[in-house]
Write a protein that binds this ligand. Structure first.
Ligand SMILES: Nc1ncnc2c1ncn2[C@@H]1O[C@H](COP(=O)(O)OP(=O)(O)OP(=O)(O)O)[C@@H](O)[C@H]1O
Ligand SMILES: [Mg+2]
Length: 261
């Protein structure tokens, strides 16, 4: 926040496009943002090569929103998700998560923010193959210092919630892809995070399993969680309440509309 207000006035208010609608009725007001990016840039340097993966992204996602981010391969979606998830930091610009500017935080502080506030679901499930489902699910609680008994209870109820009460002792290799992704969703939920970030969560699933996982996201959204889901499938994005389009590291404001406020 300080960086934003301390900086020279931007040429245009990067956060508010000119065509943002007027809200006459308080009920139509956009919700309080849980995520707010202002003019975020991310440059990767590998060897001699610099890649500008994000080139000035400004967006806000309100608490309790269900938003999809779409865009072609290489457009910067995963880079954006890594920043939103505090897995990586911005090169310039600011990122506020639940009102706190996390752009300048240390790795230790970021790890704590991730653990307390964010649940992740990835395309590749990222489960540990040697551990049974419930042990995979309890892992974030172990990092948070929760007692073993409580960890087990919470892992079990999280697995029950995703419909896997009868698979808690199975290892990832003994589960179908869809079941593995549900374990990953259970793991994302176990810390009771306010924000769930999913990067191509249905990318490796058949249509039936995709449907299961998308159904879970809908339940979570109905229960008040904020969900940001990255996909390049239009049918998946259509399940979210709004879609932001990214292209060459920038939001396509024409396609994303006032959604990018
Ligand atoms: N760690 C990295 N080091 C260097 N360049 C990177 C790194 N990660 C991503 N990039 C580059 O940044 C750009 C954006 O990558 P990103 O992974 O965000 O794309 P994406 O939209 O998620 O694509 P996909 O749909 O294929 O997953 C690409 O040009 C990519 O090569
Ligand atoms: Mg990606």
């Amino acid at each position: 926040m300080t960086a934003w207000f301390g900086a020279a006035e931007p040429a245009e208010d990067a956060g508010v496009p000119a065509d943002v609608p007027a809200y006459e009725d308080a009920a139509e007001l956009p919700p309080v943002p849980i995520l707010r990016l202002r003019d975020v840039r991310k440059t990767y340097i590998s060897g001699q090569l610099e890649v500008e993966a994000l080139r000035g992204v400004s967006l806000a996602v309100g608490a309790g929103e269900y938003a999809a981010i779409m865009g072609p391969s290489g457009s910067g979606k995963s880079t954006l998700m890594h920043i939103l998830g505090c897995l990586d930091v911005v090169t310039s610009g600011t990122y506020e998560l639940a009102g706190t500017d996390v752009s300048g935080m240390t790795e230790t502080d970021l790890a704590q923010v991730r653990n307390r506030q964010i649940g992740f679901v990835f395309q590749q499930f990222n489960l540990l193959p040697s551990l049974p489902a419930w042990r995979n699910v309890e892992l974030p609680l172990a990092y948070a210092g929760v007692s073993p008994a409580e960890r087990r209870d919470r892992a079990m109820s999280s697995l029950e919630r995703v419909g896997l009460a009868d698979r808690v002792e199975h290892r990832p290799g003994e589960l179908s892809g869809g079941q593995q992704q549900r374990v990953a969703v259970a793991r994302a939920l176990v810390t009771d995070p306010s924000l769930i970030l999913a990067d191509e969560p249905t990318g490796n699933l058949d249509s039936r399993s995709s449907e299961d996982v998308l159904g879970l996201f809908e339940e979570l959204h109905a229960a008040g969680r904020t969900i940001v889901l990255i996909t390049h499938e239009a049918e998946v994005a259509a399940r979210a309440r709004r879609t932001l389009h990214i292209r060459d590291g920038q939001l396509d404001l024409a396609l994303s509309g006032a959604g990018a406020w």
